[in-house]
Design a protein. Structure first.
Length: 129
């Protein structure tokens, strides 16, 4: 009888793991995350869209460093300290002159927050002013 109770408890635990561990798991989010592994600096916007598909959010603007285009792909269920996502789990891709300059929070902030120097810090946790 005790074995049956343990087996039933394990079965219920295993069937509910997807709901507990991944409350906001989306297939599109996972495929975007995997596709980001094949995207590299220097690629054109068309090449990136060929690999990752059209972005969920697209923005562009003029900043001190010039004209930038930003693609945002949902790759995580939320932002976390030290992570490279912005806006609740979106990974930003930063383009300038139709070429991918970089991706992640660091490159996004370097473009929009108008840093004192065009170089990015070696330390990803160092705030750019």
């Amino acid at each position: 009888m005790a074995r049956l109770q343990i087996i039933l408890a394990l079965a219920m635990l295993l069937t509910s793991c997807d709901q507990v561990v991944y409350p906001r798991f989306e297939k599109a989010m996972w495929s975007s995350y995997i596709n980001m592994q094949d995207v590299h600096p220097g690629m054109s916007m068309a090449e990136v869209e060929g690999i990752a598909g059209p972005p969920q959010i697209r923005e562009e603007g003029d900043y001190r460093g010039g004209h930038y285009v930003f693609y945002f792909y949902l790759t995580h269920s939320m932002d976390y300290e030290g992570g490279e996502t912005v806006r609740n789990g979106y990974t930003p891709l930063v383009f300038q002159h139709n070429r991918l300059m970089g991706m992640g929070r660091r490159y996004y902030r370097a473009a929009v927050e108008r840093p004192d120097s065009p170089e990015l810090p070696d330390d990803p946790y160092k705030r750019i002013r």
